[in-house]
Structure formats: structure tokens, C-alpha cells
Unconditional design. Structure first.
Length: 165
């Protein structure tokens, strides 16, 4: 994403809604990430000027919290739990299957077309229905590599149907 694709009117609206003060940095960054699915670096200087806060301060907040991403994420963010219960119930073969099918790796988490991002998380808090994964925060219980393949097919199909309507 280049500076020309950051919509400053969107940023202005976000800052107007969240409050244009230093105490609103987290809320502003959350809203920016919700809009762009990540935090475009080009937004930092604009937010910095509007809030009268150094870019380093905003960047330090963005990098401190794990929920913020400086890299573009896919339309579908798939989080695979690798907590103890999920790991013991074989979450890693699910992760491997998803990475294989999407041509991803530990170093490359997002597909080139920005459709899918695959991440691991320490715990999703659903140990009783392990192994679990989420797609954009929707929980899918008792997953297997085969179920993960079916889910990918459904998501790809849903996206194809969306674009043809």
C-alpha cells in the first residue's frame, strides 16, 4: 500500500470518532486496522501530526500490542490454536495442511492475493472442543486437516459467489 492509497478522510473520520488526543492512540490504531486489515506505515506520520505526538510513540504502541499488524492481512484471517489441549489433539497437522494448500510458511503468513492469512495463537479458550481454529473470529471446533480443506473450499467458493453477484 502506498501513501496515495491511504485515505486521509478515513483517518480524519476515525480520529474524530475516537478523539483527537494522545489517550486515543490505541482506539485510533484499532479503527485504522479494522478498516485496512493492518496498520499502513503511511498512516503513522499523518496520525502523529494530527495528534501532536511523535511517530515513535505511535509506532511503539503499534508494535507493543500483539493484536496490531504492520503487514497486510488477508480477507480471511485464520487463527489456529496451538495451546496445550489443541496441540495434544493435533493442531499442527491442521496448520501444515492449510499452509500447504495456500502455499504459505512460517515466514509467509498471507497469500499474495490477500485472501488468506494463517496464524497460530497460544490459546483460543475453547479447550473442550479442541482442536479449534477461527476464521475472522468465528470458531470452528474439533478440526481435522480434512475439515480444514473443506473449510478453505467453502471460503473460496463464498468469495467467488460474492464477486459474481
Amino acid at each position: 500500500m502506498t501513501a496515495s492509497t491511504v485515505d486521509y478522510q478515513v483517518l480524519d473520520k476515525i480520529m474524530e470518532e475516537c478523539g483527537c488526543e494522545e489517550s486515543a492512540i490505541i482506539a485510533i490504531l484499532q479503527a485504522v486496522q479494522e478498516h485496512y486489515r493492518y496498520l499502513p506505515r503511511e498512516a503513522f506520520s499523518y496520525i502523529s501530526k494530527k495528534l501532536g505526538v511523535g511517530q515513535a510513540r505511535i509506532y511503539s504502541v503499534a508494535t507493543f500490542f500483539e493484536n496490531f499488524s504492520l503487514q497486510p492481512k488477508g480477507k480471511y484471517v485464520i487463527k489456529i490454536c496451538d495451546g496445550t489441549a489443541c496441540h495434544v489433539r493435533k493442531s499442527i497437522p491442521i496448520l501444515d495442511r492449510l499452509r500447504d494448500e495456500l502455499a504459505l510458511s512460517e515466514e509467509k503468513a498471507t497469500t499474495d492475493d490477500l485472501m488468506f492469512t494463517v496464524e497460530t495463537v497460544s490459546c483460543l479458550g475453547a479447550c473442550g472442543i479442541a482442536p479449534v481454529l477461527t476464521v475472522n473470529d468465528k470458531v470452528y471446533p474439533e478440526m481435522t486437516p480434512e475439515k480444514a480443506t473443506e473449510l478453505l473450499a467453502e471460503l473460496k467458493g463464498a468469495d467467488t459467489n460474492e464477486t459474481t453477484i
